[in-house]
Ligand binder design. Sequence first.
Ligand code: B16
Ligand code: MG
Length: 217
Amino acid sequence: NQKAFIFDLDGVIVDTAKYHFLAWQKIANRLGIDFTHEHNEQLKGVSRIRSLDIILGLGNVQVSQEDKDKWLAEKNEDYLEYIHHMQADEILEGVVPVLQYLKDNNQKVALGSASKNARPILEKVDIIHYFDAIVDGNDVTNAKPDPEVFIRAAQLLGMSSEGAIVFEDSVAGVQAANIAKMVSIGIGDKTVLHEAQYNFKDFTEIDTEFLATLVTT
Ligand code: B16
Ligand code: MG
């Protein structure tokens, strides 16, 4: 049996959410908007543009399109500074053994991320070779919870959407997987990701027995 296994990036493979937070917080501060870790939860899995709109909404601040473009560029420049220093030790625990198991067992592996910086991050942490296909924020027009990113990933793998398996840390991403009729696996807080078909705190909780079940069912 061969299945399509699709991984989200941020919060699933690496914890880049902390860098997104720091970069957005600087922008928010300069706009005079209070931006906390709790607010940051809303930005998970959400596109860059939508993230800025959410932050502006928090402060009830309105800016011109020109200024928006400026803030988006500044945020990304700052974020790139952070990810420039990333190394393989920032891959979240348990991820590589799962990727290795899938490779060893002839499974198809893809990335399905909202980030436009996905490729350089995978290269930085040196795991890009595990992926048979990559679909990221540069390739899609509709953001999660729209299932476009995952459907395209399955297509690129030459596999059908049905039966594909998605690992996600965001509510929007779990919803996207469910809409695509894929198997949704929530990574993180079970109460937040209660719409997922399966829940795990992190990849250290996923054993080969479970992966074997996914492959055969
Ligand atoms: P960028 P994922 C998402 O990545 C992040 O969760 C989200 O916080 C971020 O705004 C989005 O990527 C866009 O990222 O600014 O790098 O294009 O979780 O879908 O891998
Ligand atoms: Mg994510």
